[in-house]
Design a protein around this ligand. Structure first.
Ligand code: ADP
Ligand code: MG
Length: 376
């Protein structure tokens, strides 16, 4: 396209196995990178221009490195602008570049095409500019890009697992300390992601409302539990003990977060001991808690989980992502994947008229150059 050679980088999307709405409460999450990548081919330019082509939108955009500042522009190039601007804001000197982008991660499905685009772009820009970036700094700069240049106040999970994911493993992340543990997943079962293809409009307003409820809970509990900095620090017995202090709705929001943190840790134990049945039960419990206590599910997601729960070879299922639409994640025995996929698609279509998208995902390797040894 640009008539020159290029260096190629890729970063994966992700699915969160368990630990929903815990990230902004300083808690635990357990995502896995998935084998759908955003690919960025990059070549250095001698001027200070970024020329960017995305094949998904078949659109070319030109940005000037001296003129990246400013609020969100509500355009896909904000992710590129944000990645470049964040690198520059942190004092890294970038050179101009031609970029060609190919995305495999479904856009806007809750599988984090956005973080994969930011991370692949940041790696590509750093490389053509000869900038050395520690991985964790890259993660934080990409999160800042999404906060400041896209206008989404996301947690750090998506960028983190896009960078630190390892094939065959889920990653349990402590969102407070950023310590993480890689947990091997058996090849006997797979992750099947079902995209409901609905996205209810209230999602972002409700998200902010949930955050506010959690903050209110912390504030009320702090009066009696001065050591509490976030819901992460509250035990379920403590919550029950001070239940009378909290409005009913705030209490239920807090109960979801506190029990969900515990479920993530229990789920890690299940992976360590090779117990997919126990893991699956925790997935169902997580879904019920998100539906009843946190109230972020919707009828389409509930239907998908219900169909899964009566299907052969399914250990567990839950909504994944922020809620009000998007995807469910299912843990399915390897021998049942084809039957499960066609059964759930058929049942969902019968009941909703919507043709389901089903993705069979293996836990995949995090971001890096392609080929991995850099011999390009
Ligand atoms: P998710 O991260 O769950 O996919 P988001 O709404 O956070 O959903 O991010 C999706 C947005 O990211 C798209 O609307 C688009 O602006 C941008 N994006 C992701 N991948 C690409 C791509 N390959 N080309 C252009 N823009 C992309
Ligand atoms: Mg996103």
């Amino acid at each position: 396209m640009y008539g020159t050679g290029s260096r190629v980088f890729r970063a994966p999307g992700r699915v969160n196995l368990i630990g929903e709405h815990t990230d902004y409460n300083d808690g635990f999450v357990m995502p896995a990178a998935i084998g759908f990548y955003t690919w960025v081919a990059a070549a250095r330019r001698t001027d200070n221009i970024l020329e960017i082509y995305s094949d998904h939108l078949d659109e070319k955009v030109t940005l000037c490195l001296d003129d990246l500042a400013g609020p969100p522009r509500s355009h896909w190039s904000d992710y590129i602008r944000g990645a470049a601007a964040s690198l520059q804001d942190a004092g890294h000197k970038l050179s101009g570049a031609n970029l060609a982008i190919h995305g495999e991660v479904p856009l806007g499905a809750g599988l984090s095409s956005s973080a994969s685009l930011e991370v692949a772009t940041a790696l590509a820009l750093a490389s053509v500019s000869e900038v050395e970036l520690p991985r964790l700094e890259l993660v934080k700069l990409c999160q800042a890009a999404e906060h400041e240049y896209v206008g989404t106040r996301c947690g750090i999970m998506d960028q983190f697992v896009a960078c630190f994911g390892v094939s065959g493993h889920a990653l349990m992340l402590d969102c407070r300390s950023l310590d993480y543990e890689l947990l091997a997943m058996s090849v006997d079962h797979s992750l099947v992601v079902c995209n409901s293809l609905v996205r209810h409009e209230l999602a972002s307003g409700e998200y902010n409302q949930r955050r506010a409820d959690c903050e209110k809970g912390v504030k009320l509990l702090q009066a009696h539990l001065p050591g509490v900095g976030a819901l992460r620090d509250v035990g379920i017995e403590e919550l029950e003990g001070y239940r009378h202090l909290l409005p009913e709705q705030v209490y239920r929001r807090c109960r979801h977060v506190i029990t969900e943190n515990r479920r993530v840790q229990e789920a890690a134990k299940c992976l360590r001991s090779g117990d997919p049945v126990g893991f699956g039960q925790l997935m169902y419990q997580s879904h019920n808690s998100l539906r009843d206590d946190f109230e972020v599910s919707c009828k389409e997601l509930d239907l998908l989980v219900e169909i899964a729960s009566t299907s052969d070879g399914v250990y567990g299922a839950r909504m994944t992502g922020g809620g009000f639409g998007g995807c469910t994640v299912n843990l399915v025995h390897a021998s049942c994947i084809a039957d499960f996929s066609s059964h759930i698609a058929k049942s969902y279509q019968q009941k909703t008229g919507i043709v389901l998208d089903v993705y069979v995902c293996e836990p995949a390797q995090g971001a890096g150059p392609w080929p991995p040894d850099g011999s390009q």
